[in-house]
Design a protein around this ligand. Structure first.
Ligand code: HEC
Ligand code: HEC
Ligand code: HEC
Ligand code: HEC
Length: 161
């Protein structure tokens, strides 16, 4: 077990073919090494909830330009990472009006507040960029920021088998 106080992030990139990139993403800490899964995850509701929508596709590694704590907001940086639904475990809707503190413990509200709000925020910035670009020659246009889906089907896109 590594005792280093330093939090080191190592990215091992293996270029296998000209097209495929296999990446391993490791964070070293007091407790040893924590590996962040790089494959696309499929997020599903808790077992006792009957899904109304398709499951959600989540390309974890497309989000590593952010700090891990941006999403794993209770993580101390070296212990094991808890699943969101370890804490956000309420399976019934909780009204924000009635429960200012607790509404976010409903798993769906937590996910939407994290995922959807960030994509929406970037979307607003892109709307502003588009406005500023209007009428400008191409060479003076500012590039739009990369973003994730904002529509329901954009995220809820994993068809049941
Ligand atoms: C944009 C948000 C986001 C970012 C940034 C992010 N993660 Fe995650 N991560 C998630 C979500 C969502 C899950 C899967 C949901 C769950 O199981 O709680 C997950 C799952 C994980 C898991 C598996 C946890 C388990 O349930 O076993 C690990 C480990 C992990 N992330 C590590 C990291 C590390 C290390 C970083 C920084 C390099 C990172 N994540 C960055 C959102 C994020
Ligand atoms: C160890 C328990 C725990 C884990 C794990 C956890 N949360 Fe939370 N989360 C909380 C608590 C408690 C709050 C309310 C207090 C606060 O804002 O810190 C909260 C608040 C939030 C908020 C509202 C933040 C704000 O600024 O209002 C969002 C969104 C959220 N969590 C999403 C997530 C997602 C998504 C994950 C998994 C990637 C996750 N949480 C993992 C306990 C947790
Ligand atoms: C803090 C901001 C932020 C959060 C939080 C976030 N995303 Fe993203 N997401 C992005 C950005 C930026 C991109 C574009 C990345 C790129 O193209 O390099 C992206 C890309 C994506 C894509 C890929 C779209 C494609 O073209 O394949 C999906 C799907 C996605 N996000 C789903 C999610 C889900 C589900 C969550 C919550 C678990 C989430 N995102 C949380 C910022 C965020
Ligand atoms: C940025 C990604 C994202 C977008 C956009 C999004 N969702 Fe979700 N949604 C999630 C995640 C993540 C979960 C939690 C995992 C799960 O339940 O599959 C979820 C869960 C849900 C659930 C509970 C599970 C179920 O299937 O019944 C419903 C209902 C839902 N979303 C409806 C919507 C609707 C309606 C829209 C459009 C107005 C929408 N979502 C847009 C990411 C997203």
């Amino acid at each position: 077990m590594k005792k280093s106080r330093l939090l080191m992030i190592t990215v091992v990139l293996l270029l296998v073919s000209g097209l495929a990139v296999h990446a391993e993403y490791r964070v070293e800490s007091d407790e040893g090494e924590i590996c962040a899964p790089v494959q696309t995850m499929i997020l599903t509701p808790p077992e006792d909830v009957e899904a109304k929508f398709a499951d959600v596709r989540f390309p974890h590694a497309d989000h590593f330009s952010y700090s891990c704590m941006e999403c794993h907001h209770m993580w101390d940086g070296y212990s094991d990472i808890n699943a969101c639904m370890d804490c956000h475990d309420a399976t019934e809707y909780i009204s924000r009006k009635e429960a200012k503190e607790d509404y976010i413990m409903y798993y769906q509200s937590a996910y939407h507040a994290l995922c959807r709000d960030c994509h929406a925020e970037i979307g607003r910035k892109n709307t502003d960029i588009k406005k500023e670009n209007k009428g400008k020659p191409d060479k003076d246009k500012v590039a739009l920021l990369p973003n994730g889906p904002k529509s329901c089907n954009g995220c809820h896109s994993v068809k049941a088998e």
